[in-house]
Design a protein around this ligand. Sequence first.
Ligand code: HDD
Length: 734
Amino acid sequence: MSIAKPKKPKNKHAQQPSTVKVDQLVKDTTDATGAYLTTNQGLRINDNQNSLKAGERGPTLLEDFIFREKITHFDHERIPERIVHARGAAAHGYFQVYHSMAQYTKAKFLQDPTQKTPVFVRFSTVAGSRGSTDLARDVRGFAVKFYTEEGNYDVVGNNIPVFFIQDAMKFPDLVHAVKPEPHNEIPQAASAHDTFWDFISLMPEAMHMIMWVMSDRAIPRSYRMMEGFGVHTFRFINDKGQARFVKFHWKPLLGTHSVLWDEAIKISGNDPDFHRRDLWEAIENGDYPEFEFGVQIIEEKDEHKFGFDLLDPTKLIPEEMVPVQRIGKLILNRNPDNFFAETEQVAFHPGHIVPGIDFTNDPLLQGRLFSYLDTQLKRLGSPNFHEIPINRPIAPVHNNQRDAHMRQTINKGRVAYEPNTLAGGCPFQATRGEGGFASHAERIDATKVRARSESFFDHFSQATLFFNSQSAAEQDHIVNALRFELGKVETPAIRERMVYMLAQVDKSLANRVAEGLGISVPAGIERDLNQSIPADGDPKKFQPKRVGKNLGASPALSMANTTMNSIKTRKVAVLVADGFDAAPLATVKQALMNAGAQVKLIAPRLGQLQGNNGEQVKIDFSFLTCSSVLFDAVYVPGGEASIETLQGVPKALHFINEAFKHCKAIAVTGAAVDLLQATYLADKVNHASGKGVIVDEGVVISRDAAPAKVIAEFIKAIAQHRHWSRERDDHVPA
Ligand code: HDD
């Protein structure tokens, strides 16, 4: 028998004589233009310069309620920073699906290609505090809040598709190990210290993730140029109740690009806000960051066909095995108005979910489902954090939760329970057909155990697959990163344990790292590793086992295979002094800008400079206020007088050498070719003594060619991102 839906009872208050409603009289205070300065009670302030005193030279009076209100508010301005992912930057935007995904999921925001779902995305680093550098070697957070009409849905992911640990039980240990050491709070935002590597060297399951964080993925060029991943396997559920497994991906349309470690540490000094600024400026310039949403869908019957467990968050599904279908696009087109109100107070939670999407039993995900709500209570101070504007769903919220700190909603009526008759049964439950969330009815027949499935025990195969899939340059960078990180470790036994672990991934990798550390790979270290198993566990099961079979490679794992067809939003430095060659500069600049690049003029001093045709140009930076590491490419136009000046400016020569060292595209025209004689690119000039355009490992040289030819080669060289063959040139000291 079906029960008729209860009707909303008439609001008794509506029949009462109308009274003045204060909430309707409250003014919008978001814009202070033309407004008086007031206290928080709305009292206009007459003197914001002086506290109230007993005489001009007398003591301040306790009576000064204006002063006390101001200082009290100030004293309480900080809220606890996020325990992880404290440092971040965010943006608003929207998401649009390309075609209906109804076959796989009933999630409404994935049905209609004409519908735009608002989103708020926060990118972050994990280990550092709020004020730490953006360029730390670290995993980047990639958290997306979809404001759907069925409620908020959060994909709280990272820029790396796997994680350090398999069970949330180990998360506090991992985070304690990577954070600054507790006795002296050193080092900030860095994993290169003893406690991190002590822990990792005892956790074979971390080895796949370690390959990723030691790769250049951990030092992205921009938040706009990194991939994102949901990491865990989730479920898609369609309206027939059919479930499939799904992995989520974000693919940046500008490709996946990184900086070099030497650059990262220099950027950290030059501009610790590098990624935050880059995101902000791109949006202000109208270069809206774009990511495609990708899914890997796996039928339930195929759950066990992969040779690893889909519930194990230290594993990925190679794209060559299950292709990523790109199903929609995310566009970030608006900067926040207020960092604290939005970026700092936004509260993500993997448990914010909508009908059509569900969890799996991944033990890391299961633990996260507890942690995020708990952390919001601590950080935002109240279970009413969902009422903070940035967290408010666009879907209507009705329930019987009441009161608590800072409650904003003024609920009406006497009923705050369910079932009820006094409010006509409202608010009432929704059937599945009406969008009511019903958990996927997974069959579970199990023994209660504190244990891990043996299907989680292969800790090295995918670490090896990742290493095998990297280009020679990428492998070199992993070796160097490990030499750096372990070189900062002071305890010899930790270094030895780590190279032993690396030997289980790849012998040559271990040998190269060991050589840099001046040690050799030890034969066995089982005794130490026994610490990381349960007290009654079988040590044999947990010992590292080197990968036997040939795993081949997954080309999708290498950034060498990423998109390299555009120079959009790339930053090009132009080095000039008075008397620069004005005509080619104007043509090259315009062509680069037409292709979407940003061009900045750098000179020995700020102000205006004069070209060889008398034209004045405004200088963006002096050599003192910027550095080559903040740019993607360098162009030096000719002009005898300009080049003569630059030859006497060591910072200009260093700029070119450093850009060369970091494998960036460089173009020089006219008399600027002579400037190269004073740099470590002198060899290139000697080769380039002929006419026309000479292109050598991303260096474009021309004394006399028409700018059009130079431009075409320069754009091609910038789009390549980096010219790694130059790295073997180790004579450049920059
Ligand atoms: Fe987490 C924040 C991503 C495992 C507990 N996590 C946080 C953020 C991201 C992730 C992107 C920042 C969100 C924002 O911008 O506000 N976390 C991940 C991923 C994980 C992961 C991809 C593994 C696949 N996290 C993880 C575990 C736990 C937590 C296993 C605890 C059991 N994470 C938290 C947290 C944070 C958090 C303590 C800190 C601040 C916050 O939640 O809001 O609850």
